[in-house]
Design a protein around this ligand. Structure first.
Ligand SMILES: Nc1nc2c(ncn2[C@@H]2O[C@H](COP(=O)(O)OP(=O)(O)OP(=O)(O)O)[C@@H](O)[C@H]2O)c(=O)[nH]1
Ligand SMILES: [Mg+2]
Length: 779
C-alpha cells in the first residue's frame, strides 16, 4: 500500500533522460522518481533494454512492466520510434527501467556505430541489468546486429571495469519470435556459443582465461511469436513479469551490482556519465563517482553550513539582545559544532565507501569554518562582557560607593559587602570563564590549529586578567573607602573623647605624672577604636595590612590629637606659669592667702613659687607622648643634707632639645628663653611688690630701734626688778611664749598682735645675719 501511495506521486508515464538530440534532460524526472522512494534506502536498480531498432523493445517493456513507453504501431511499419533514452518506474521502490533507442538506428546514419557504443557504455554504467533482444532467426548468424552489439558491450565493459568480477552486470537475453524452427542444441547453448565466439573476437589482453560468465550473470528468456501467437506472447510476458518480481524485488537484479552511486546522486551521476560519453571522453568510474560525491558533499556541506550559520546567528542575536551570557549558552554553542558536523557526516554516509577522502577533507573544512564562526561568536561575547558587563559592574560599584559616602562620619560599613561584591564579581568574571571553555579546534593542520587555539587562549587570559585586575582594584578601592570612612569616624571620635577630659582634668593639674595619665587615657580610647576598626575590617574582608595601617593611623592620630591639645595649652604657657607662680606665691599649701611675717618667709615662698612656675613651663615644654620623655622635665640636684632634689629648669637643658624629636618639642629653647625672661620679670615684679607691701606694713608696725634702746635704758631697774621677782619672770616668759606661738601659728591674740612686726623685724634681722654668714661660708 505504501508503495502504491508512493507510486501515485511519481511522474505519470515515461520521460526522457536523453532526448533525441543527445542532451541530458532527466534531472527532474529522475529526482522525482528517486524522491518518491526516498525512505527506502540508497540502492537503485536499473534495467535497460538494448537491441536493434524496431525489435519490439518498447512493446516488451510495456507488456512486462505495465509501462507506457512509446511503441510503434503494427500498421505503421518498421521505423525508429524510441529516440534517445526514456525512464520510468519499474513498479517497485528504487527500480527504474530505461528504454533505449535501437542501436542500429538508421536515422543516425554514419554515427550509428558510435551511438551503439555510447548506448552500451551508458547502459553498462547506469544499469545493472541489460536486456538484450535477439530474434530467434538471428541466433548463430554472425552478421546479425546483436553480434556487433555484444562485441561492443564486452569491449566497453572491460574498459569500464577491467577484469574485476566485483562489478557484475546481468545480461538478460530475450529471444523474440521463437517458433522452434531452430533445431539442434538448446537456444541457451546456442546463444552461449555465440557469446563465446564474440568473446574470442574481442580478444583483449588481460581477458585470457576469463569467460563471459566470470564477468556477467547470464539469464535467458524465450518469447513466442508476437503476431502468430499473440495470446501466448501475452501469457509469456506475464510469466516474465512474475519471474522478475518474484520475492518483491526483481529477481534479475539479484547477484548483479547496483548502480554506482546512492539514489540521491543518481541524476548527477547519469548526467555526468552521459556528457562524458557524448563528448567521447574517457570514462573513469571512480573519478565520476567521486565527482558525484563531491557534488553532494558540496550540497551537504552547504546545508549544514547554512544550518550552523543560522544557529550561530540566532545565538548572536540573543547575545545582542540580552547583553549577557551564561554557561548554558556556551554549552549550547559548543554542541552546535558537533551537531553541524554530524549533519554533514550522516548526509554523506552513503558516499563514504567511495569518497572517504572527500568527506574527510570536507569535514575538516567544515570544522574549520564552524570553529571560526564559534570563535567569532565567542569573541563577540567577550566584547559584550567587556563593555556591557563592565558597565553593570561599574554601576554596582558606584552604588556601593555612594552608600559608603552616606556612611561618612559613622562607624558603619556595608554589612553584606562581601557577598554583594562577590555577586557583582561573579556576574562580571564568570562569563569570561565560560568563554574560556576549551573546545576542540578541528582544523586539518595540527600546527595551525595549535596556533589559533594558543592565540585564543592568550587573548582570553589577557581579558581575564584585565577584568580580574579591574575587579580587584574596585574591591580594594571600596574596602579602603570604607576603611577610611571608619578611620575618619575614629579620628573624630578620638578627638572628641580626649579633648575635654584632657583639658579639664589631666593637664589642668599640671603635675608630674600628667603625661602618664594622658598616655593611659589616650591608649584606652585608641585600643577601643582599634578593636572597632578590626571588627569592621573583618566585615569587609580588608587585608590585614590595610587594617594594621588604619590602626597605625589611629595611633598616629592619637598622638597628634594629644599634641594638638597640649600644643594649644602651650600657647598660653607664659600665663600658665605666671598663674602657677602667683598661686604658689600668694597662697599657702592649704590654699589660703599667705600672711607675710618676714622677708625670709617671702624669700622662701618666692623660691618655691618660682620652682612651681618653672615646673609648669618644663612639663609643657616637651610632649611626653612616650614614657622615656618623662625624665627630661627635671634634673636631680643634691641639696645641703645630701638628699636628691627635683629641680625644674626652664628652658630645659640645651642637650635635651637636641636629643628629643622636634615634633615633641612644644616650646623651643628660644621661646622658652624669652618666656623665662618674661616669667622672671613677672615673678620679680610680684616679689618686689609684695616685698614693698611687707616693708610698708613693717614700717607702720615697727618700733624704732632707738625707742627700744631708750626702753632698755630707762627700764633697767624695772627689768632687774622683774628678774629679781620670779613671779614677774614667769609672767614675762608666759607672755613671750604666747606671743611666739601666736607669731608662728598665726593664731591671732588680740593684744599681742601688734608685737608681730616686732618679731618679724627680729627674725629678719636674724635671717639676714644668717644669710651673710652662710654666704661667707660658701665663699
Ligand atoms: N514480429 C514481431 N513484431 C513485434 C514484436 N514486438 C513488437 N513487434 C512489433 O514491432 C514493431 C516495433 O515495435 P517497438 O516496440 O516500437 O520496437 P522498438 O524496438 O521499441 O523500436 P525502436 O524504439 O524504434 O527501436 C511494432 O509494430 C510492434 O507491433 C515481436 O515480438 N515480434
Ligand atoms: Mg522503442
Amino acid at each position: 500500500e505504501a508503495v502504491d501511495e508512493s507510486l501515485k506521486a511519481l511522474p505519470k508515464g515515461p520521460c526522457h533522460v536523453i532526448d533525441s538530440s543527445g542532451t541530458y534532460v532527466g534531472e527532474s524526472c529522475i529526482t522525482k522518481l528517486i524522491n518518491g522512494f526516498a525512505e527506502d534506502g540508497d540502492d537503485v536498480h536499473i534495467l535497460a533494454i538494448l537491441g536493434a531498432q524496431s525489435t519490439g523493445k518498447s512493446t516488451l517493456l510495456n507488456a512486462v512492466f505495465e509501462t507506457s513507453f512509446e511503441a510503434l504501431n503494427a500498421e505503421s511499419g518498421r521505423r525508429q520510434c524510441t529516440q534517445g533514452v526514456f525512464v520510468t518506474a519499474a513498479g517497485g521502490p528504487r527500480q527504474l527501467v530505461f528504454d533505449c533507442e535501437g542501436v542500429d538506428s538508421k536515422e543516425r546514419g554514419d554515427k550509428g556505430v558510435n551511438f551503439e557504443r555510447q548506448i552500451s557504455l551508458f547502459s553498462l554504467v547506469v544499469a545493472n541489468v541489460l536486456v538484450v533482444n535477439i530474434w530467434e532467426s538471428d541466433i548463430g548468424r554472425r552478421g546479425s546486429p546483436h553480434f556487433s552489439l555484444l562485441r561492443t558491450v564486452f569491449d566497453v565493459n572491460f574498459k569500464l571495469f577491467g577484469t574485476s568480477s566485483a562489478v557484475k552486470r546481468t545480461l538478460f537475453f530475450i529471444v523474440r519470435d521463437f517458433t522452434g524452427s531452430t533445431g539442434g542444441p538448446t537456444l541457451e547453448q546456442q546463444i552461449k556459443s555465440d557469446l563465446c565466439d564474440i568473446w574470442k573476437d574481442v580478444s583483449i589482453n588481460g581477458l585470457e582465461g576469463k569467460t563471459v560468465e566470470d564477468l556477467f550473470n547470464l539469464e535467458f528468456f524465450i518469447m513466442p511469436h508476437f503476431i502468430f501467437e499473440k495470446d501466448r506472447w501475452m501469457q509469456k510476458a506475464a510469466d516474465l513479469r512474475s519471474f522478475l518480481f518474484s520475492n518483491g524485488e526483481m529477481s534479475a537484479f539479484r547477484g548483479s551490482s547496483t548502480v554506482q552511486v546512492p539514489a540521491a546522486g543518481l541524476s548527477t551521476f547519469v548526467e555526468r556519465v552521459w556528457k562524458k560519453i557524448e563528448k567521447d571522453e574517457a570514462l573513469n568510474l571512480p573519478v565520476e563517482r567521486e565527482y558525484v560525491a563531491r557534488h553532494f558533499s558540496l550540497q551537504a556541506s552547504k546545508t549544514s553550513g547554512t544550518w550552523f550559520s543560522d544557529q550561530i546567528d540566532t545565538l548572536m542575536v540573543s547575545v545582542e539582545a540580552d547583553r549577557s551570557v551564561s554557561k548554558p549558552f556556551f554549552d549550547q554553542a559548543l554542541a552546535l559544532l558537533d551537531r553541524g558536523l554530524d549533519m554533514y557526516k550522516s548526509e554523506m554516509a552513503k558516499y563514504k565507501a567511495f569518497a572517504p577522502d572527500i568527506i574527510k577533507t570536507e569535514m575538516q573544512n567544515l570544522a574549520v569554518s564552524f570553529s571560526n564562526r564559534l570563535l567569532q561568536l565567542f569573541s563577540r561575547c567577550l566584547q559584550v562582557i567587556e563593555t556591557d558587563q563592565r558597565h553593570v559592574f561599574e554601576g554596582r560599584v558606584a552604588a556601593m560607593r555612594s552608600e559608603i559616602k552616606e556612611m561618612e562620619g559613622k562607624v558603619e560599613v556595608i554589612n553584606d559587602f562581601q557577598s554583594r561584591f562577590e555577586d557583582a564579581r561573579k556576574e562580571y568574571c564568570e562569563p569570561v570563564l565560560f568563554c574560556s571553555i576549551e573546545f576542540d579546534w578541528k582544523a586539518g593542520d595540527e600546527a595551525e590549529s595549535q596556533k589559533v587555539m594558543d592565540e585564543r587562549k592568550r587573548k582570553l587570559e589577557e581579558v581575564h586578567s584585565r577584568i580580574e585586575g579591574e575587579v580587584s582594584r574596585a574591591r580594594q578601592d571600596l574596602i579602603s573607602l570604607q576603611l577610611s570612612a571608619v578611620l575618619n569616624w575614629a579620628k573624630w571620635k578620638l578627638q572628641n573623647e580626649l579633648d575635654a577630659p584632657m583639658r579639664a582634668h589631666i593637664f589642668a593639674d599640671e603635675q608630674k605624672g600628667m603625661w602618664e595619665l594622658a598616655r593611659n587615657a589616650l591608649s584606652r580610647v585608641e585600643n577601643d577604636l582599634i578593636e572597632e576598626i578590626k571588627e569592621k575590617g573583618d566585615a569587609i574582608d580588608a587585608d590585614e595590612s590595610a587594617v594594621n595601617e588604619a590602626c597605625g593611623q589611629i595611633r598616629e592620630v592619637g598622638e597628634s590629637v594629644l599634641l594638638l591639645i597640649v600644643g594649644s595649652i602651650s600657647k598660653g604657657l607664659s600665663e600658665r606659669m605666671q598663674n602657677a607662680f602667683t598661686a604658689a606665691f600668694k597662697r599657702d599649701k592649704s590654699g589660703k592667702p599667705r600672711r607675710w611675717k618676714s622677708e625670709h618667709e617671702l624669700d622662701n615662698a618666692y623660691e618655691a613659687a618660682k620652682q612651681r612656675g618653672l615646673q609648669v613651663g618644663a612639663l609643657f615644654s616637651i610632649a611626653g607622648v612616650t614614657s622615656d620623655l618623662d625624665k627630661v622635665y627635671f634634673e636631680e640636684k643634691w641639696n645641703d643634707s645630701g638628699a636628691a632634689e627635683e629641680i625644674y629648669s626652664f628652658p630645659l637643658r640645651s642637650e635635651i632639645y637636641q636629643q628629643v624629636d622636634s615634633k615633641y618639642i612644644l616650646v623651643t629653647e628660644e621661646q622658652a628663653t624669652s618666656m623665662r625672661a618674661a616669667f622672671d620679670a613677672f615673678a620679680d615684679v610680684v616679689y618686689s611688690d609684695t616685698q614693698e607691701i611687707l616693708a610698708q606694713r613693717q614700717e607702720q608696725a615697727s618700733v624704732p630701734r632707738w625707742i627700744l634702746f631708750v626702753i632698755l635704758l630707762l627700764g633697767w631697774n624695772e627689768l632687774m626688778w622683774l628678774l629679781s621677782n620670779p613671779f614677774a619672770v614667769l609672767v614675762v616668759l608666759l607672755i613671750s611664749l604666747a606671743a611666739g606661738v601666736s607669731y608662728f601659728t598665726h593664731i591671732p591674740v588680740p593684744f599681742l598682735d601688734h608685737l608681730h612686726p616686732l618679731a618679724d623685724a627680729l627674725f629678719s634681722l636674724l635671717a639676714s645675719l644668717a644669710k651673710k654668714k652662710r654666704k661667707q661660708k660658701v665663699a
